[in-house]
Design a protein around this ligand. Structure first.
Ligand code: DQA
Length: 148
């Protein structure tokens, strides 16, 4: 069996497709999940995709990744800019972690320029839409190859 990646999505990402389409486009979270599953399979990885509007659920998912997943992709959405708890959880499990944002957070309001997740992440991809998740899967696949 291939290595497994946990793909986490934070608050309001369940609204993609309807939510601020001028920023986030028309792609839904279900579309992104499908894209991730197809790409993960094509590069020999398994992935588990989840979304929550609750910080504690995301913290628990990260904690429970140990022993089940080899890496994490996280779009923490608004929690990116506020959550010490998510940063600590990522540091605690010590798994390679790629932070993804659909939009270019650096071209938006200044409060989006601060990311607690970046302090714990291996790498960050933003502004490339759903393609960012695909690139994050490729980045983790490279990391796993280097670990061999
Ligand atoms: C986001 C950017 C965040 O600032 C925002 O709160 C989101 C989505 C993105 O994917 O571009 O909800 O993480």
């Amino acid at each position: 069996m291939g290595k497994s990646v946990l793909i986490l999505n934070g608050p309001n990402l369940n609204m993609l497709g309807k939510r601020e389409p001028e920023i986030y486009g028309s792609t839904t979270l279900a579309d992104i999940e499908q894209l991730c599953n197809a790409h993960a399979t094509s590069i020999g990885l398994d992935c588990t995709f989840m979304q929550s509007n609750h910080e504690g659920e995301l913290v628990e998912a990260i904690q429970n990744a140990t022993g089940h997943h080899s890496g994490i992709i996280i779009n923490a959405a608004a929690y990116t800019h506020t959550s010490v708890a998510l940063m600590d959880a990522i540091k605690a499990v010590g798994l390679p972690c790629i932070e993804v944002h659909l939009s270019n957070v650096f071209s938006r309001e200044s409060f989006r320029h601060t990311s607690y997740i970046s302090l714990a992440a291996t790498g960050v991809i933003c502004g490339l839409g759903a393609k960012g998740y695909v690139l994050a899967l490729d980045a983790l696949a490279d990391t796993f190859d280097q670990q061999k």
